[in-house]
Design a protein. Structure first.
Lengths: 281, 283
């Protein structure tokens, strides 16, 4: 996988023998073991696996919210997770959360410009202009600028969150089941939106999901995680050309790949099911 | 469960329904007409906020249309009753009763079965939904999927004429969901009720439906009826068949059309109305 010609060649995530054990003195939950992956700059990487297998743990380590207890994670050569460093989040890798994390007391515009302005990277007027540019290119109406998150639909909130992340020009976008709560129709539109974001900016994307159609539809490669303690058991190349639209979903090739991914994941899900993992309600 | 009753037909005749919140009026349904065929599984799919839950509420009798009529077997529906039962998205099991007690509740409360009959029917249903080992558990001790199964049993024991399912499997993970669909399909094929199932998942819609009703955005009506001519009993191998993919492609095209219309509606912002509809239901 070469880095995209129009990308900056940034955003390579190297995951080496990563291990995560929670509470080693006490309950000792072994979340991840010997995780290895080399995610290329500008790659759209999807991570799938049964509930509770350690996907979010890995994302948290990449994001800098938590650390690895073994192995290391590098972002463009810089160590961002390892037992011998103190982890910290950074603007170079930004998370879009499942539950949404817009500040409820700020307007859409207030939320979007917060990052660059707070960090002193842009003045307010510069940030507003940048925000408007991004919103325009991604089809969001200026009418929503003065609205509060409480007035927006879930889908629209996600769109705003993605812009809020992008304006900080991260190397990596980390998404933890961001569209899980959306109904199928809104989800479909969000996929198109995210793909246009991807085509426009070619950021590296690390996306966790349970929705296998979503995984195959969006990904360059899918990383399948085993049940806990999680490790990557398979990496599947998605050789469906871009740009992709919803019509791809009913093509033979898509269905073939999806069934293959499904079989891989189901094998692991059965193990997790039998180990008594509760379904996420 | 033996049943000699003819399954019911529900007809929507040019139905209009508005939601009113403080000073705002929103037209949810307009000129909405369709038939829920007797004994069939009719699935409603459409954009969020398009009135699928409103339709369920109108058939259940929790609400009444502002314009037009909703009829069951030729008679106007004027209120809720045991003949038309709903399985909701959130659990509605009585938290203070066990699984077994929850299921038995209906027929005993209505005094249409003796304790012995109700006990027998409950045991039969518990087996059918795979909960025979969990009969003495309380709802809080059951997983999401198990709760749904208990709710299905609790409704079915009353032998309703119409089963109304309002996105009952939403939020369940893929494996559990598939399991639930299997249980549900088995139960559907055994009972003699007419079913209306609301979902926003296209694959779920196709694998379940006899008739798939695709709805428009608000003000909503039926955009297209797709007859799902896949053989019963349904099985998962069908999802890779040519016919299935043809149906799915058509459904996706229709839904995409509506989704684009909704997102480009000029001057209108996509506002979350789910809270608004909750208020109306309480009125």
């Amino acid at each position: 996988m070469e880095s995209k010609p129009d990308g900056k060649g940034e955003g390579r995530i190297l995951i080496e023998h990563v291990e995560k054990v929670y509470d080693p003195e006490g309950v000792n939950v072994h979340a991840c073991r010997d995780c290895n992956a080399d995610i290329q700059p500008g790659e759209f990487a999807m991570v799938v696996g049964p509930s509770g297998c350690g996907k979010t743990t890995l994302l948290n380590a990449i994001a800098g919210f938590d650390n690895a207890t073994g192995g290391a994670i590098y972002l463009d050569g810089k160590k961002i997770a390892a037992p011998d460093i103190i982890q910290s989040p950074g603007a170079d890798r930004i998370v879009v959360f499942q539950g949404g994390a817009l500040f409820p007391w700020k307007t859409v515009m207030g939320n979007i410009i917060y990052g660059p302005v707070m960090q002193g990277k842009m003045r307010v007027d510069e940030a507003v202009s940048e925000a408007r540019d991004l919103m325009g290119r991604l089809g969001l109406s200026r009418e929503i600028e003065p609205l509060y998150p409480g007035n927006l639909s879930s889908g629209m909130k996600r769109q705003v969150e993605i812009i809020r992340a992008l304006i900080n020009d991260p190397k990596v976008l980390l998404l933890d089941e961001p569209f899980r709560a959306l109904d199928n129709m809104s989800k479909g539109l969000m996929h198109e939106y995210l793909l246009s974001v991807f085509e426009l900016t070619r950021k590296t994307i690390f996306f966790i999901t349970h929705d296998l159609e979503e995984a195959v539809f969006l990904a360059d490669r899918i990383f399948v995680m085993t049940t806990r303690p999680g490790t990557f058991k398979a990496v599947i190349d998605i050789d469906i050309p871009r740009p992709r639209d919803f019509r791809v979903l009913t093509t033979e090739r898509f269905v073939e790949i999806r069934e293959h991914v499904k079989a891989q994941v189901e094998e692991e899900s059965m193990k997790a099911f039998e180990a008594g993992e509760r379904e996420l309600a | 469960m033996s049943d000699s009753k003819q399954a019911s037909e529900v007809v929507f005749k040019d139905v209009g329904k508005m939601a009113v919140f403080k000073k705002t009026h929103t037209v949810i349904l307009k000129n909405c007409s369709f038939t829920v065929e007797s004994g069939k599984l009719t699935v409603l799919i459409g954009p969020s906020g398009c009135g699928k839950t409103t339709i369920i509420n109108l058939i259940a009798g929790y609400e009444r249309p502002d314009i037009g009529e909703v009829q069951i077997d030729g008679k106007r529906i004027i209120g809720p009753n045991w003949e038309r039962l709903v399985v909701f998205q959130e659990t509605a099991l009585f938290p203070w009763l066990t699984c077994y007690e929850n299921i038995m509740f209906g027929p005993l409360a209505r005094q249409v079965m003796s304790k012995e009959e109700a006990h027998q029917e409950t045991l039969n249903l518990l087996v059918k939904v795979g909960l025979e080992d969990f009969r003495d558990k309380y709802p809080s001790q059951l997983s999401g999927g198990m709760q749904r199964r208990a709710e299905l049993a609790r409704a079915l024991i009353n032998q309703p004429k119409v089963m109304l399912m309002d996105e009952p499997f939403r939020g369940l993970d893929a494996m559990t969901r598939q399991l639930m669909q299997e249980y549900y399909l088995n139960l559907f094929e055994e009972t003699n009720a007419s079913h209306v199932f609301v979902t926003s998942e296209v694959d779920e819609a196709i694998i379940l439906a006899d008739n798939l009703l695709v709805m428009t955005n608000k003000p909503s009506k039926i955009k297209k009826i797709i007859e799902i001519d896949l053989p019963r009993p349904r099985n998962w191998n069908m999802v890779t068949s040519k016919r299935y993919l043809e149906i799915k492609a058509e459904a996706l095209e229709l839904l995409h059309e509506e989704a684009i219309k909704a997102s480009t509606a000029s001057g209108k912002v996509d506002v979350d109305l789910s809270g608004l509809l909750e208020t109306t239901r309480a009125d």
